[in-house]
Design a protein around this ligand. Structure first.
Ligand SMILES: [Zn+2]
Length: 285
């Protein structure tokens, strides 16, 4: 289980930053220096994968810090790869945390997504994770970057009530309107499977289903149908719901695995790593 977990992190500019997130107890926004300290603990627990979200110094209309060479994610990735060369670093590729209106799309979005992906890959990211649900996003990145970087595609991202706490964490709540227009309708499963099929064809290395717990049927169907590497995102609302209850956490993560997820992106990764370590220690006494 440990090797299948991906721990998400929120990275902010500056030094010595460790900002509490009220709706996500135990999770912090960290500056790169503190993130490195955190990763020393994480890697010690045997967790090999992280997914990074950036909070820019400044937002603007076009979300230009998202593809700046010295942007918050780009700087963090370079620092991480220097200290932890074997850690698999995945980066979220979107505009919503960088645009003043908080939407995933601005101007020529596909072009912007490619620019973001390129800057992350140049900084050393192993995987880029386009999350704007923009048609053609995987193909555009694959065509522009070839095999320089792997792609974790947010292929089936549902319009969900479980994203609330994340928006506080990433300060990415839309200033107006909703993202439902480009996220999937949870009353339908056919569209999700179609999007997954398309993004596999476009060159994704891993396809993701998000959220996880209310979508176990989609995970199961996708695994049966495509027999492809599937990641499930155990999102912030699921985290908040299960927080503090070890039994419920392990049961839920097992259900996600059982449904067919090869990888689970979960804020519980570190905690599960700690529990696993404690268990081994007890056995050895
Ligand atoms: Zn977005």
């Amino acid at each position: 289980m440990i090797k299948d977990l991906i721990m998400p992190y929120f990275v902010v500019a500056g030094n010595k930053q460790r900002q509490k997130i009220d709706s996500m107890p135990g999770i912090y926004r960290l500056s790169a220096d503190n993130l490195l300290l955190e990763l020393a603990e994480l890697t010690e627990l045997g967790i090999d994968n992280i997914l990074l979200f950036g909070l820019p110094k400044r937002k603007d209309e076009n979300g230009s810090e998202a593809y700046a060479k010295d942007g918050v994610v780009q700087n963090a990735v370079r620092a991480i790869k220097k200290s932890f060369p074997k850690l698999i670093v995945m980066t979220d590729v979107c505009l919503c945390a960088y645009t003043t209106d908080g939407h995933c799309r601005a101007g020529n979005t596909l072009e912007a997504l490619v620019k973001i992906a390129r800057s992350h890959a140049e900084a050393g990211a192993d995987y880029v994770a386009p999350s704007a649900m923009m048609k053609g996003q995987v193909r555009a990145i694959r065509e522009a970057l070839g095999n320089k970087v792997k792609i974790l595609a947010y292929s089936a991202k549902f319009a969900s009530g479980f994203y609330g706490p994340f928006r506080e964490a990433a300060k990415s709540a839309p200033a107006f309107g909703e993202r439902r227009a480009y996220q999937l309708d949870y009353q339908r499963s056919d569209e999700a499977l179609e999007r997954i099929a398309v993004e596999i064809k476009e060159g994704a290395d891993i396809v993701m289903i998000k959220p996880a717990l209310a979508y176990l049927d989609i995970i199961f169907q996708a695994k049966q149908k495509f027999n492809f590497t599937i990641a499930a995102y155990n999102v912030s609302g699921e985290y908040a719901m299960l927080y503090g209850n070890k039994g419920m956490i392990l049961e839920s993560l097992s259900a996600i695995k059982r449904a067919g997820a090869d990888l689970i992106i979960t804020y519980f990764s570190k905690e599960v790593g700690q529990w696993t370590k404690d268990l081994h220690r007890q056995k050895n006494i």
